[in-house]
Design a protein around this ligand. Structure first.
Ligand code: UDP
Length: 169
């Protein structure tokens, strides 16, 4: 079987950012993941402080510069976030596909960012605002492993079978 045909069960981290909660979009966003058969195996609400923001976005300053990091850190600390660990086949890529690309004007229709975030919330260094794009999702396997470990203790992650799993196993 070619490698691109092998599908494995993965876990990935999703954050509903402060703008998602302020706009009352939490339930609708979570539904989109559940609709795609992604299983919630961990969930918590947290107010990020600067130390924790640095740990979560540890490479953002190096990647995109101090201004973007500072705007993003301020934005992420404006209110609480909901953290989820989602599990499913190819969960990391599937979640990124459902979330859509970083900038609201580039995220395709049908994605969370494409449908629910708008250019009015699309900040930039030039206007001194972070891009308020509702959701964070781990970018790859290594990031997912690091982020799940940063956000959740082992005993905060749960194993159970969904109805679909009960009927297909
Ligand atoms: N960000 C921003 N302006 C930028 C680039 C990024 O405000 O020009 C913020 C935005 O909230 C983004 C986060 O920093 O989601 C992390 O950036 P990354 O490149 O990792 O994008 P993502 O993986 O979230 O799509």
């Amino acid at each position: 079987m070619a490698e691109d045909q092998v599908h494995t069960v993965e876990r990935t981290l999703v954050l509903l950012k402060p703008d998602a909660l302020v706009r009352g979009l939490g339930g609708r966003i979570i539904s989109r993941f559940e609709d795609a058969a992604l299983k919630i195996v961990g969930v918590k609400m947290k107010w990020m402080d600067e130390e924790f923001t640095r740990k979560h976005y540890f490479d953002l300053e190096e990647r995109l510069g101090a201004e973007v990091y500072n705007l993003t850190a301020t934005f992420m600390q404006q209110g609480p976030v909901i953290a989820l660990v989602l599990e499913g086949y190819d969960a990391i890529a599937t979640v990124r596909k459902i979330v859509g690309s970083t900038y609201p004007n580039q995220a395709p229709a049908g994605t969370i960012r494409g449908d629910l975030s708008h250019m009015s919330s699309a900040g930039s260094v030039a206007v001194g605002k972070a891009v308020a794009n509702l959701v964070h999702a781990s970018g790859n396997k290594e990031e997912a492993a690091q982020e799940v470990e940063l956000w959740f203790d082992k005993d905060e992650l749960h194993e159970y079978r969904t109805l679909a799993e009960i009927f297909t196993n």
